[in-house]
Write a protein that binds this ligand. Structure first.
Ligand SMILES: C[S@@+](CC[C@H](N)C(=O)[O-])C[C@H]1O[C@@H](n2cnc3c(N)ncnc32)[C@H](O)[C@@H]1O
Length: 261
């Protein structure tokens, strides 16, 4: 049985490049289905509710710019947060266009093609670089996850696969949701992805902990935190493996959008 890491271990053993390759970048059809699911859910939600506003917070974004590529067209001031320093550095290198930054151009091109609204990927790349205003630490186990920073509530919050990675148990999952929703304006939109019943996932050779959550628990946590759920969908498309190794034991992905009351 592989050792399962969490907490501080993220800062020593989380391999950013392997994580992105195994879960998002690979051309394997089941991994591309995950990317398509993210695209469709975010696109439909933002368009249907015509959500827009200046300020969006990404909580526990890891090294992943996938959600922000879409969101920056409607939210031109993005605060990007993550617990792990190497993840924050990876995003910072990209924003500063440093030579050893991860190349997001294929994902940006793919997003613009899927939108089909005539944006060029070069323009979107420039827009995203301008939109990410701050890259800051966050810890969902603190009552203000963005401590020591204090912000006016945001117009939108996005978070994927983070609350279950941070929470030791179901009660803590619910407390973390409350802390997240305190950072959202009344009328603001929460866009969230969770893995269903996942207990571990990989980043390269290392395995990481995930709290097993299901749709009823996530919905209960979001409602108890003061939100009205506007849509939710489960995708059974989750990667079976990468190069012969399984990358998650999750059963699927839950997407949920909710408005703070
Ligand atoms: C599965 S990754 C998800 C990353 C990204 N949101 C994505 O969709 O690819 C889990 C993330 O949770 C973060 N994390 C772990 N413990 C945390 C904590 N206590 N507070 C906030 N984030 C945490 C890690 O740094 C990591 O980036």
């Amino acid at each position: 049985m592989a050792m399962i890491h969490s907490g501080d271990a993220y800062n020593s053993v989380f391999d950013v490049k392997s994580y992105l390759q195994e879960h998002f970048f690979s051309d394997k059809p089941d991994i591309q289905k995950v990317s398509r699911f993210h695209f469709d859910m975010i696109h439909q939600t933002l368009r249907k509710g015509n959500f827009t506003g200046p300020r969006l917070l990404e909580i526990g974004g890891g090294p992943n710019l996938g959600n922000a590529i879409q969101a920056c067209t409607r939210f031109p001031e993005i605060v990007f947060s993550d617990y792990t320093e190497t993840c924050r550095q990876s995003v910072e290198k990209w924003v500063k266009n440093m030579p050893d930054a991860i190349d997001w151009s294929r994902q940006i091109q793919r997003t613009c093609d899927r939108e089909g609204e005539g944006s060029t990927w070069e323009d979107r790349q420039a827009l995203l670089r301008r939109s990410i205003k701050e890259i800051i630490p966050c810890d969902l186990l603190k009552s203000n996850p963005l401590e020591p920073k204090v912000y006016e509530p945001f117009d939108a919050i996005m978070t994927s696969y983070c609350v279950e990675a941070a929470s030791p148990d179901k009660n803590s999952f619910k407390e973390s949701m409350k802390s997240i929703i305190k950072l959202l304006k009344p009328g603001g939109i929460l866009i969230m992805f969770n893995t269903v019943n996942e207990s571990d996932y990989t980043a390269g050779q290392a395995h990481f902990y995930s709290l097993q959550v299901d749709e009823p628990l996530v919905k209960e946590a979001v409602v108890e935190a003061g939100c009205r759920i506007v849509s939710s969908t489960i995708s059974d498309t989750y990667s079976e493996g990468y190069n012969g190794e399984r990358v998650t034991d999750g059963e699927g992905i839950l997407f949920l959008a909710a408005i703070k009351q």
